[in-house]
Structures are given as C-alpha cells and as structure tokens.
Design a protein around this ligand. Structure first.
Ligand code: SF4
Ligand code: SF4
Length: 450
C-alpha cells in the first residue's frame, strides 16, 4: 500500500531546508532497555528554571523511583532516583553538555538492583481538579522531552488573561538521525492518548491536533487506529522539512496562525507538547511515579549498535557508548540531533531529561559541527533558508563586529530560535547559529547587569 496516497495535502511553513534524514539507521528498531551504570549522576539543574534542591545525604539508601530532590521554585521540578542504591555524594560538581559544571547527586547502584519501580501509588485522574493535575505533573518531575526541558506543569497554566483552546502535539521529529518519537508513537500510542486527555482536562482546551511529518505515515495510521471515532483528538500529516518540529512552525503549518514576535503560543490560545512528553505523562501520572528514564536514539556512523534505548536518567555517556559500541576513531559526539544539539567535550556528562539523542560522527562527516570557516560570499542561501525570514548574513557580520545591541534592536535577533538552518546551508561554513547563541547570551547578561 502506498501510504502517501492516503493523504491529499501535507501542510507546512515557508522556507526551511531538507537535510539528509539518516532515519533508516534506527527507525525500524524497537525500544530496548539499557542496563544500569554502576554509578549514576543526577544533575540538579537539568531543566529550565531554578535548580532542584537535594533532599538526601551521603550514605543514605534510596530505592528506584524515590524522590531525591525537591523543586527549587514554581518553575522547577523534583528529581527521582533512577536506581536502587546508596547516595555517594550530593552537590558534586560535574561537567554538563552545555559547558559549565553543574551540581549533581551521585548514586552508587546496587549490583542486583531490579528494574521494577518500587515507589508508586495508583490514583484516579478523572476525579482530579485542574489544579491537582498541575501539581501531579510537577510532582512527576516532568519536563519537555523534545529537548527544551521546560517544566511541563508551567505550560498547563497560561499567563493571566489567556486561555488555551487548542493543544498542538508535536510528533514531527525533524532532526536528522532521531527516531525515538517515531518509535514512541508506534509502541506507546495508548499512553500518548492518555497523556493528551490529561492535558485537555487540566487546561480545559477543546481539541488536540497531533502533527506528524509525512516520513512517518505508519505512525499517523497507527495513532488514528487507536483514537475513538468522532473524538476531539485528530492526527494530521505535515511535510517532512526542517525545522517542522519548531513549535511556531508547527502551529503555522497546522493552524495557519502566527505566534507574534516575542510572544508565546499561549498568546494565541495554543499549548504545544511533544509526543514523548505526553506518552510519559500518560504512564507516570496515573501511577504517581517520577521521571527516571527516557527513550534516547543512539545513532550515527560512529555507532556499531544504533537503536532506540530506554536509558535511566543520570547514565554517564561513557557507559552508554560502551553498551552500543562506539567506534574508537569516532571523533564528534553530539547530544541531541546534529542541527540543534551540542557537541560534548567530556564522556562524564550524564544523560539528562532533555536528551533525545546521542549522535556519534566519524572524521570528515559533513554533519560535523567543527568545520573550516571561509569568508561570506553573499550568496543569500541563509536568507532563503531562515524559517522566520531574518537576515542571517547581516546578523553574522554584526556578530563578528560585536554589534550585539544592533543585532537585537534593528535585526530582530530574539526572533531567532537557533534552528541551525542558516549554518547548515552556508557554503562558507560560517557558524552563524553559534554566533547568534553567543550574542543572545551576552545581551541577556548585559540586560541583567543593567
Ligand atoms: S538559526 Fe536563527 S537566523 Fe538562522 S535560520 Fe534559524 S532562526 Fe533563522
Ligand atoms: S549563506 Fe553564508 S556565504 Fe551565503 S550569504 Fe549567508 S553567510 Fe554569506
């Protein structure tokens, strides 16, 4: 059966790019469980907002699923132990994928630790109020699993005066190599639907639309087969194009509505959740469980056993790569996908809640982030690619001249969501996106100092 004939039109947004997907390496591989590492590293700051605050002490025994840190504020989440073992240290400084060292709890795993979760309590979601649901989502330690790691409960409460009427569910997974969301849609569709129902209940939204790129039509067909007829959840195929999974692009494709510059989806009555996040919510919240593991795509030419693995949060990258047999000559490791991910400098970095993929590249791979840079040849390829119609060439020149204020005031730097399209198409390999990331950070710091 030619699935593409089932769908007459696939919506999309203007501009964008079509990078090689490399999805075939892992798309057909079912989710498999990874063993526990002998030592787990749980950073207290692996989400947006205030770091969590440790509630355990060195020498204390913990069981799998037990809370070990409480939220540091409303925009923050608790942490739960991924293993049964003993706390080795708290507030230890460990390397992070972003660069600066962060504080973490280190747990020594008991040799015969079981995969069974010993810390849970079933409950009836139907009888819970929206406020109780928001609290339950925060208690689960849930953050956006698509990479943003923004606390999920915060999105359930739109700013004062706004109301959520539509839930947009992001099943695009437009980053090359990554297929964990694809597998979740195929293997955990019922949990996904349960999670969507829960968010509809908590927000009072009238409908949910699941957007899936048309290179995953088997997932579209499967989810549709699990949905009740005439319900308020629908599935739409959208064009396979990068960055279709960016929330503003997906809203534009599905609803033909634009989120205003500097605004958030709630400004137009929309909340966006990733399919992996909702499937986890659908599994964890009814059982009062915390987030202790996630599905990670481990792929790339530098991996002998690519696949989709259920990885305990806090697993050191070194242990993960040993399990999947990373090739010794592989020389670039990216956490996330090659477009928006980060090249990591240390194998002691832990897999955190926001890590959807680990991609290992070999020397000379065109997807490598570190390439020789040449001067701009004014070809305008970056302007044609930018999905929010910025002028990356001009922004790049201003960044090199350290005119960071002008970038923001005259060239809308803050509308850049660092998708990487401009860097990808640039024939001179100018790391435009990196320049913009740095410029935004400097402007933020100067704003805070002022
Ligand atoms: S990184 Fe920013 S400037 Fe470059 S294409 Fe993406 S949104 Fe546009
Ligand atoms: S794509 Fe690169 S070389 Fe071409 S205009 Fe943009 S910055 Fe210059």
């Amino acid at each position: 059966m030619n699935l593409t004939r089932i769908f007459k039109r696939h919506r999309t947004f203007p501009h964008g790019i079509h990078p090689l997907g490399h999805k075939g390496l892992t798309a057909g591989r079912a989710i498999r469980r990874l063993p526990f590492a002998p030592e787990m590293i749980i950073p207290l700051s692996q989400h947006r907002g205030a770091p969590a605050v440790s509630t355990v002490v060195p020498g204390q025994e913990v069981v799998r699923g037990e809370p070990i840190a409480k939220p540091g504020g409303f925009v923050s989440v608790p942490m739960h132990s991924p293993v049964t073992g003993v706390v080795e240290s708290v507030d230890t400084l460990v390397p992070s994928a972003e660069g600066p060292k962060v504080r973490a709890i280190v747990i020594h795993t008991y040799g015969a630790a079981t995969q069974e979760v010993l810390y849970d309590c079933p409950r009836d979601l139907g009888s819970m109020t929206p406020k109780q649901l928001v609290q339950a989502v925060q208690d689960a330690g849930m953050v956006g699993l698509g990479g943003a790691a923004f606390p999920s409960h915060v999105k359930l409460l739109p700013p004062k005066g706004k109301k959520i009427d539509t839930l947009v569910v992001n099943g695009c997974e437009c980053e090359p190599y990554l297929t964990c969301d694809h597998r979740i849609m195929l293997e955990r569709a019922d949990s996904l639907i349960k999670g969507i129902e829960m968010v509809l209940q908590a927000t009072g939204a009238a409908r949910a639309i699941i957007g899936v790129e048309d290179n995953k039509l088997d997932a579209v067909v499967h989810i549709r087969s699990r949905l009740p007829a005439g319900g308020r959840i629908t599935v739409e195929a959208v064009e396979t194009k990068y960055p279709q999974g960016a929330e503003k692009m997906l809203i534009l494709a599905l609803l033909k509505q634009e989120v205003p510059s500097g605004g958030i989806p709630a400004d137009i009555g929309v909340a966006v959740y990733n399919v992996g996040t909702l499937a986890q919510l659908g599994e964890l919240v009814p059982e009062s469980r915390g987030l202790i593991e996630r599905v990670v795509t481990v792929s790339g030419p530098g991996i002998e056993r690519p696949g989709n693995y259920l990885v305990p949060i806090g697993t050191p990258l070194r242990f993960l790569l040993q399990q999947v047999r990373s090739r010794s000559d592989a020389n670039e490791i990216i956490m996330g996908g090659p477009m928006m991910g980060m090249s990591v400098a240390s194998l002691d970095v832990a897999v955190t809640k926001g890590v959807s993929g680990v991609v290992v590249l070999e020397p000379g791979d065109p997807d490598q982030l570190n390439r020789p840079v040449y001067p701009c040849i004014k070809c305008s390829a970056c302007l044609d690619a930018c999905p929010v119609s910025l002028n990356p060439s001009m922004l790049g020149q201003l960044a090199q001249a350290r005119e960071y204020g002008t970038m923001e005031q005259a060239y809308h730097l803050n509308d850049c969501f660092e998708c990487g399209c401009c860097s990808y198409v640039c024939p001179s390999n100018i790391p435009l996106t990196q320049y913009f990331r740095i410029a935004k950070a400097i402007n933020r710091e100067q704003g805070a100092a002022a």
